[in-house]
Design a protein around this ligand. Structure first.
Ligand code: NAD
Length: 427
């Protein structure tokens, strides 16, 4: 890709907006992040020294509500990446009809090189820097790559200590005992799984004959394939940052998860209770996994893994984007030309922010919903959002990505128009 990830995200909004006759004023409104904060985060390391990390928070667009989006800890975090992710959150929240705009945060760090106490101090330092920028009514963070419920708990605690109030709604994805919602842990994967069930109805897929490959075996990827396997789908390939495994016979997803918890690696094992045995498999690279001849490919790690260079080699019939931005915009036409149906990130991984919204709503109202209530509400929103996108895909003969962006831009457009546009003020 010749441009950076943010320029690529902007190009996509422009291209899709223009082809869907979205008003130029609305497209222009989406070209500019509302506010972005860069901060130096001092952290006392275990050896007594002080290290300075760089942290970002972007509030992209708040027409439809307070900005919402996760915080990523990764060595490759950049301002452009945070802005792209915040733009995608803006589109995503509108696709699933949440009363939110889009935001995102990140810290340039490899958390695998920090001790647990250094990780806590970094997380608290992030909140000290951002405490006047975020808030339950303005901008609400959540977990993303290499951040989790414990980190969200530290962050909420630091915010409350600074503000001297209980404010659980400042952040979502917290541990349940600290105001988290039941069902948030697997919500991203469950949302993707619900999308696959809807796709299966449209395409007449038989789970027992449908193979699945997943790249990235973290929160999003693991739960998506766990639920698909429970529904009868055959998971034949799994990878993480260190590489992947493949077997025609399929794997037992829970065994591999259990082993990953123990050894921190994806290994081809079958476990009975705590006893795990290696099973037949082929070791594959992350690049090879993407090009496997499977029915459903689930990129669930990082952005930009399918590009104009490798798009022609993709053999999957369906791609379910659990990761944000795994396909670069110049690969879109190649993928479309091959007839591959892509459930785009802004729909496929929206289960996470949807249950984050439930958590925020419960925190503000003082409710604690049961797991069944959360699952029912999530199912309702995912099914309705899938149907809205599918309807436009069919009626306007567009890809699901184009349709999802169009649904979102029209909704954001209605919000902008409600304040008055050039036509209104000139009439
Ligand atoms: P995670 O930290 O739980 O897991 C990330 C996984 O990706 C790990 O298994 C890691 O080993 C693997 N990985 C990292 N670099 C890789 C590489 N170069 N190649 C292959 N695998 C690699 O993160 P997550 O929360 O599951 O997020 C994964 C993706 O899903 C991200 O794009 C994120 O933005 C997106 N997402 C997450 C949520 C959420 O609620 N967690 C919501 C929406 C979207």
């Amino acid at each position: 890709m010749s441009t950076d990830v943010f320029s690529d995200a902007l190009n996509r909004v422009k291209q899709i907006g223009e082809s869907a006759d979205v008003s130029p004023e609305i497209i222009e409104g989406l070209m500019h992040p509302k506010a972005t904060m860069t901060a130096s985060l001092p952290v006392r390391m275990d050896d007594g020294s002080t290290k300075h990390f760089t942290g970002y928070r972007c509030q992209y667009n708040n027409v439809l509500g307070p900005t919402k989006g996760g915080i990523r800890y990764h060595p490759d975090v950049s301002l452009e990446e945070v802005q792209a992710l915040a733009l995608w959150m803006t589109i995503k929240c509108a696709v699933v009809g949440l009363p939110y705009g889009g935001g995102k945060g990140g810290v340039i760090v490899d958390p695998k090189h920090l001790s647990p106490m250094e990780l806590e101090r970094l997380s608290r330092s992030y909140v000290r820097a951002m405490a006047d920028f975020i808030g339950p009514q303005t901008d609400i963070p959540a977990p993303d790559v290499y951040t989790n419920a414990r980190i969200m708990g530290w962050m909420a605690d630091e915010y409350e200590a600074i503000k001297r109030v209980k404010a659980p709604g400042v952040i979502t994805g917290k541990p349940v005992r600290l105001g988290g919602s039941l069902g948030r842990d697997d919500a991203t994967g469950r949302g993707a799984y619900l999308c696959v069930l809807e796709l299966a109805k449209k395409k007449g897929l038989n789970p027992a004959e449908t193979t699945v490959a997943v790249q990235g075996f973290g929160n999003g990827g693991y739960h998506a394939v766990r639920l698909l396997q429970d529904a009868g789908y055959k998971v034949v390939a799994i990878s993480d940052s260190q590489g992947g495994i493949y077997s025609d016979n399929g794997f037992d997803v829970n065994s591999i998860y259990q082993e990953k918890q123990r050894s921190r690696r994806v290994r081809a094992v079958y476990c009975e209770h705590s006893v795990c045995e290696l099973v037949d498999h082929k070791s594959i690279s992350n690049e090879e996994l993407l090009e496997l001849d499977v029915d459903i490919l689930i990129p669930a790690a990082l952005e930009g893994v399918i590009t104009a260079k490798n798009a022609a080699n993709i053999k999957a019939k369906y791609i379910v984007e659990v990761a944000n931005g795994p396909i670069e915009s110049d690969a879109d036409p190649i993928i479309d030309e091959k007839g591959i149906v892509v459930i785009p990130d802004v729909l496929a991984n929206a289960g996470g922010v949807t249950v984050s919204y439930f958590e925020w709503a419960q925190n503000r109202a003082g409710y604690a919903w049961t797991l069944e209530e959360v699952h029912q509400r999530l199912e309702h929103i995912m099914q309705k959002s899938f149907a809205d996108v599918w309807e436009l895909t069919e009626s306007e003969n567009r890809s699901m990505r184009d349709a999802a962006y169009t649904v979102a831009m029209r909704r954001i457009g209605q919000g902008i128009e409600a304040h008055g546009t050039r036509d209104y003020f000139n009439s």
